[in-house]
Design a protein around this ligand. Structure first.
Ligand SMILES: *Cc1c(COP(=O)(O)O)cnc(C)c1O
Length: 400
């Protein structure tokens, strides 16, 4: 059986975990945590990074930092993982679901403005499959309406957006920081470095993992840094105390225990050291899928992943969009009979058991279409090119 996903070791994971034990520091915010955070701050120019125990936790921190009042509204794509909505619901927000685009499952920036009311506080774009949302448009709308932007970059490590805002005044007003990679077309900025806040995930199914579960909060807007550090460590000013900025350490705000153990940070560090190698391998597999399936897509059997001109590809996911639900069901079954595990993705949140009675009743036809027709193919570090060839041959057999 070719599984949909499989954990892998790529370098010194076990060694660094052993080192963490030998260094006699296993609780959070130790040397490996600091190394990982610095890696992200230096490689991507993120202003402040804090490791968390999951992507969900990082989103919860984002939601807490937005300081929502009951009845405040947040705009979220319906076609996303449950945590995107859950984090904000827990803070008492009203979740307003947006539809996806026709070309890909990302939220349709053109549909956002119609959803804004005087109670709207935050827009949460999700970079589905690691492919950027139209961030110039989203940041421009947010700026005009004085809204915060939280990027759900759970799937978007090492992926970029090409901005056409050359003078960058818009983003500077939001005090965001990011490394600008000048290209002929515009500024190449890393995903997670555009919104005021962002969340990454290092869950087992993502491009890199912190040993199963893990995440990262990114703070691009300086105004949120102090409070982020406090929320992270159970509402205490421990970080300031250890920097010598205050002489008493105590309880100053809300918070929780969002820090991962050093064992997890040590695992993550080994994967970060090999990030370029991991990404190269994933991209090679992704490109092979694309090359072999493109002729079938040309015949109209299905739609392949779409990478807009402003987005890069971090090879997080390879998916097909089938013509209808029945065909997708049969394709998944056919693949299973040939020892290949493929999975469908999100059940749109607006039609979920938990939320359908709370949703305002608007139809979101593109979300529903992806819910019924999108199928994800196996993609993980230890998958081989020959596996991809076999999977594509089985898909060809199904259609032709
Ligand atoms: C994986 C994922 C999350 C949650 O991350 P965890 O680390 O599993 O908590 C949130 N949003 C999206 C879009 C994801 O893909």
């Amino acid at each position: 059986m070719i599984p949909f996903n499989k954990p892998y070791l790529v370098g010194k994971e076990a060694h660094y975990m052993y080192q963490a034990v030998m260094a006699e520091h296993l609780s959070g915010n130790g040397p490996y945590t600091k190394k990982c955070q610095k890696f992200f701050e230096e490689r991507y120019g993120f202003k402040k990074c804090l490791l968390t125990t999951s992507g969900t936790d990082a989103l919860e921190m984002c939601a807490m930092l937005c300081d929502l009042k009951p009845g405040d509204e947040v705009i979220i794509p319906s076609y996303t993982f449950v945590s995107t909505a859950l984090a904000f619901l827990r803070e008492g927000a009203k979740v307003v679901f947006a539809d996806s685009m026709k070309r890909n499952p990302n939220l349709d920036a053109e549909a956002i403005e119609a959803l804004i009311t005087p109670r709207t506080k935050v827009i949460i774009p999700v970079h589905y499959a690691g492919v950027a949302c139209d961030m110039d448009r989203i940041m421009e709308i947010a700026h005009r309406h004085n809204l915060l932007v939280v990027e759900d970059a759970a799937q978007a490590i090492d992926s970029y957006y090409t901005s056409n805002i050359t003078h960058n005044t818009l983003l500077e007003e939001h005090q965001t920081s990011h490394i600008k990679h000048n290209t002929s077309e515009g500024n190449r900025v890393p995903l997670g470095g555009i919104g005021h806040l962002a969340a990454f995930s290092f869950h087992e199914t993502k491009n890199i993992t912190a040993g199963g579960e893990g995440g990262l909060l990114v703070v691009n807007d300086e105004r949120f840094i102090r409070r982020a550090e406090i929320l992270w460590e159970k509402g205490t000013n421990r970080a300031e105390f250890f920097r010598g900025a205050v002489n008493k350490y105590g309880w100053v705000d809300m918070g929780s225990s969002f820090l991962p153990a050093e064992i997890n940070a040590a695992f993550l560090w080994a994967q970060l050291e090999n990030l370029d190698e991991i990404q190269a391998k994933r991209k090679a597999l992704w490109n092979k899928y694309y090359e072999l399936l493109n002729p079938l897509a040309d015949k109209g059997y299905f739609q392949l992943p779409d990478i807009p001109e402003y987005a890069s590809n971090n090879a997080h996911m390879f998916y097909l969009v089938c013509r209808n639900l029945e065909e997708r069901t049969n394709l998944i079954k056919f693949l299973k009979e040939h020892e290949i595990q493929a999975v469908f993705h999100y059940l749109s949140l607006h039609s979920s058991e938990y939320y359908k009675n709370k949703h305002d009743g608007r139809e979101l036809p593109e979300c529903d279409r992806y819910m019924d027709t999108l199928v994800r193919l196996p993609l993980f570090y230890d998958l081989e090119i020959e596996d991809v060839e076999r999977i594509c041959e089985v898909i060809r057999l199904f259609y032709v």
